[in-house]
Design a binder for this molecule. Structure first.
Ligand code: SF4
Length: 475
């Protein structure tokens, strides 16, 4: 069956983004961010190391044509940022990191043995915690260990990125990181305003951040990304506007603007944030609009959710070429890569499976001491999961879905299989979030802001949620 041409709405300019605060408030509900489908709260401890090994064997049987994406989790931080919802260990004892590295290297060697013969890596990401908590020497040792166990694509082909906390590095360290093989850098900024920084316990001098950006350009990093957060305590439209001006002047290649989700019942550090200091939902929406307007006026492309990129950046190019993908690090250019993740709490995505490592250091060490991969839980995806994952991926990354292409790849009649979902989408169409045509679902510019709500329609597990409070608000 041939697919019909792409509808006009899907390629409309961002200038047409229609802002309707009333609608946004109405649809601003709790929902997943879909870095995976099914979401991590569906993983079960029935899936363990053995099931993971079977998933890898399945890839081998298929001929494993694609390069790997590697993720390494370094969980340590020097001090706690009150907004933090990451899996991290706050400690000033550097010995803890040395101990962790001996185990991390053991896990890397075990994973490499499993992927022997199909271990070419084209994407590497160091996240945390604070990866730059490691010393230069520890980082050199770790990257050498990785190169000993995996084949890496040459620098010009591979994407090798690291999250950098500007408070923990010097310009000299940035040059060293480039020499250690990293070619992409993401910097946590959150907000340049001092009152906001004080309220979240993250004092970070603007000059230090700008110095690190200059050093990264000088060292030849291919892409520099800045992370901001809106909705923090003491933040206002004025403070956000000032931060945006400074960020735009620094001209990073990518900007991520995350919505602060205040969930103190789940994340202990957030209990130190005074509720009264938080902006109201209405002003958060104004902040989001301001960010989108200022960044698009400054020439950034709105990729989706919370990501912006310069038109010449790989992320924007991948979206134009239909190759954009979403994984645990957010948007990614490597659509087909299996994701192999090492470190405490890290999540892998191999073939039709997801798996997550033990979440505490004690359990992580114990499993490795028993010569086992430290996988605590996971899920093997059913055909229905795979189908829904594909649909959610396409909608999140490309804001449109060819129903005919789904019918070609899966033995379903879309209209019959998704009759309930199509009825729900009709309601969202009335709200102006999408267009339903015979062969296409096209998200309107207005619907891009609420893409999570649209994807939630296809999430089979949502109605059965045991703990809906685990999710953040969709805006
Ligand atoms: S936000 Fe980053 S640096 Fe701050 S505590 Fe969390 S992981 Fe550590």
């Amino acid at each position: 069956m041939l697919t019909s041409p792409k509808p006009i709405a899907a390629v409309a300019s961002l200038a047409a983004l229609a802002f309707e605060p009333t609608l946004l408030r109405k649809l601003n509900q709790l929902g997943p961010r879909y870095t995976s489908y099914p979401t991590a709260d569906r993983f079960s401890d029935v899936f363990g190391a053995e099931a993971y090994e079977q998933a890898v064997a399945g890839r081998r049987a298929m001929g494993a044509r694609h390069a790997l994406s590697l993720y390494l989790h370094i969980p340590f931080c020097d001090t706690v940022c009150y907004y933090c919802a990451c899996n991290k260990v706050i400690s000033k004892n550097l010995g803890k990191a040395a101990h962790y590295l001996t185990y991390l290297k053991r896990e890397i060697a075990m994973q490499a043995a499993l992927f022997q013969g199909m271990n070419r890596v084209e994407q590497l990401h160091f996240g945390g915690g604070t990866p730059t908590y490691l010393s230069d020497r520890q980082m050199s040792d770790l990257t050498a260990h990785l190169h000993q166990h995996f084949q890496f694509a040459p620098d010009q082909l591979g994407e090798y990125s690291i999250e950098v906390d500007p408070r923990t590095v010097t310009p000299k360290r940035i040059v060293t990181l480039r020499r250690q093989g990293f070619n992409r850098l993401s910097l946590g900024v959150q907000d340049f305003d001092h009152a906001v920084q004080k309220a979240v316990n993250r004092i970070q001098a603007e000059e230090d951040t700008l110095r690190i950006i200059d050093a990264a350009r000088f060292a030849g990093f291919r892409s520099i990304s800045i992370d901001l957060i809106y909705g923090l305590p003491k933040q206002s439209l004025t403070s956000i506007a000032q931060t945006l001006d400074k960020v735009i002047a620094a001209a990073p290649d990518r900007i991520a603007i995350y919505n602060y989700a205040h969930m103190p019942h789940l994340f202990k550090p957030q209990r130190r944030i005074a509720g009264d200091d938080l902006p109201t939902p209405a002003s958060k929406i104004d902040m989001l609009f301001l960010c989108i307007r200022r960044l698009t006026e400054a020439g950034y492309i709105y990729i989706g959710m919370d990501h912006f990129a310069r038109p010449e950046d790989d992320l924007a190019i991948a979206q134009r070429q239909g190759r954009l993908h979403r994984n645990f690090q957010g948007y990614s250019t490597h659509a087909e890569a299996d994701l192999v993740s090492c470190g405490v709490s890290a999540i892998s995505a191999v073939g039709a499976s997801y798996s997550q490592n033990e979440k505490t250091l004690e359990a992580y060490y114990q499993r490795l001491d028993q010569q086992q991969l430290p996988i605590a839980r996971g899920i093997k995806l059913s055909m229905d999961d795979l189908l829904r994952r594909l649909i959610i991926q396409r909608l999140m990354c490309h804001f449109e879905l060819s129903l005919a292409s789904i019918e070609m790849a899966h033995p379903v009649k879309f209209a019959a299989y998704f009759a309930k979902e199509l009825a729900q989408l009709k309601l969202l169409e009335t709200d102006g979030l999408l267009l339903l045509e015979d062969d296409w679902i096209s998200v309107t510019m207005k619907g891009r802001l609420l893409i999570r709500n649209i994807c939630m329609v296809f999430d089979r597990y949502l109605g059965t949620a045991k703990e809906p409070l685990r999710y953040s608000k969709t805006i």
